[in-house]
Write a protein that binds this ligand. Structure first.
Ligand code: NAD
Ligand code: DAU
Length: 351
């Protein structure tokens, strides 16, 4: 019989890369992708694998505990890789409740269903919770986030992810549920919804629209190519130690303004524009409320203990990402619906 693995949020950005990797690499696993297809979920991300025999998609809401229980009963999952979440910090500032329902309550619903079906036998079972470096807060005077850094979430998004991490650890301590957690830095690459900095900038540059940079563009993020994150998830799922946390990062810090200038250079070249043309679109706008200044991850534990390392160099990764958005216009146009335009206008024009 095939080993049955649940991946939640598999129609989203990172989830779709994880689903593809697992479906292709592990033909002996049955991969069930459970996703509610919110604005961020898109089955077009998975067209290339949707008819594979070891793949199944289920549209379901992790906030519906009885439905989640039914699904767990039917599929008797041995592993859960939980990515479903509300993921955009700006949306969490305007609507925190959605983040509490999905990120906190939804996670606890999945923990409860896992505990219920596994209670007689935790052997070879694993609940793997995918989290973020933002739970550690903002690291402003040098240094790096390690797995021991105390939690200090500062946005409704990071507070909801921190809370879900605490529940996952509480289920390990209280009920001995076999869990593992990873906290990753900023991902970039194909299929990211164009509300996040890099795809938003690519789309605006392409359309000669202004590129909104919050504050002075001094904030620093540590960027990791999405396939490197998916590979880390594969390694941690198979080799990670139960009860442990692993940080995942790219060791690749960029100030937002420097990153945007680099992206403008790449886009000028790809679009055959005069050098410097896209840079003229950079526009400094009102800062994000409570904007964390710097995230920086130390992934030494993962690299040493599980021998993972990122393989994609940033300039190559950015160039591949730009190329993907320019050649997948249909994907981009399909996600830029009326709702997207409304979100964009609310987010950026009222300054
Ligand atoms: P995303 O917003 O692109 O995708 C989230 C997916 O979850 C979507 O497919 C959406 O439909 C689904 N979803 C949302 N609410 C749901 C619900 N109630 N029930 C079922 N499905 C639901 O997010 P992403 O950027 O791919 O992030 C995936 C995970 O990785 C999240 O947990 C996020 O916190 C974490 N993470 C993201 C990054 C990053 O840079 N994007 C970095 C570190 C960690
Ligand atoms: O660090 C991991 C986190 O990275 C993930 O947990 C989140 O799910 C993911 O969204 C991301 O959060 P950020 O807030 O860092 O990503 P975002 O792309 O929204 O912003 C990156 C930086 O760019 C941040 O400093 C804010 C800034 N920014 C963002 C947007 C959308 C701008 O200057 N202008 C913009 O229009």
């Amino acid at each position: 019989m095939k080993k049955s693995i649940l991946i939640t949020g598999g129609a989203g950005f990172i989830g779709s890369h994880v689903v593809r990797l697992f479906v292709n690499k592990y033909p002996k696993y049955k991969i069930v992708n459970l996703d509610n297809l919110t604005y961020a979920g898109n089955l077009e991300n998975l067209i290339d694998i949707e008819s594979k025999e070891n793949y199944k998609f289920l549209k379901a809401d992790i906030n519906n505990p009885s439905l989640i229980d039914e699904i767990f009963n039917e599929f008797q999952f041995e592993g859960v890789i939980h990515l479903a979440a509300e993921s955009h910090v700006d949306r969490s500032i305007s609507n925190p409740m959605e983040f509490i329902y999905t990120n906190v309550v939804g996670t606890v619903n999945l923990l409860n269903s896992s505990k219920r079906i596994w209670k007689d036998n935790y052997n070879n079972k694993l609940f793997y919770h995918i989290s973020t470096d933002e739970v550690y807060g903002s690291i402003e005077d040098g240094g790096y986030f390690t797995e021991e850094t105390p939690y200090e979430p500062r946005s409704p998004y990071s507070a909801s992810k921190a809370s879900s991490d605490h529940f996952v650890r509480a289920y390990f301590n209280t009920y001995k549920l076999p869990v593992v957690i990873s906290n990753c830095s900023n991902n970039y690459g194909p299929n990211q919804f164009p509300e996040k900095l890099i795809p938003l900038a690519i789309n605006n540059i392409k359309n000669n629209k202004s590129i909104p940079v919050y504050g002075k563009g001094e904030n620093i993020r540590d960027w990791l190519y999405v396939e490197d994150h998916a590979n880390a998830i594969d390694v941690i799922f198979h080799k990670g130690k139960t009860g442990e946390t692993y940080n995942i990062g790219g060791n690749n810090e960029w100030k937002n303004i420097d990153l945007i200038k680099k992206l403008c250079e790449i886009m000028d070249e790809k679009l055959g524009r005069k050098a410097g043309a896209s840079g003229k679109l950079i526009t400094f706008v009102k800062d994000r409320a409570g904007h964390d200044l710097r995230y920086a991850i130390d992934s030494g534990k993962l690299m040493k203990a599980l021998k993972w390392q990122p393989s994609c160099n940033f300039e190559e990764g950015l160039a591949k990402t730009v190329e993907w958005y320019l050649t997948n216009e249909k994907w981009l146009n399909n996600v830029i619906t009326g709702d997207y335009e409304k979100y964009y206008d609310n987010q950026y024009i009222k300054r």
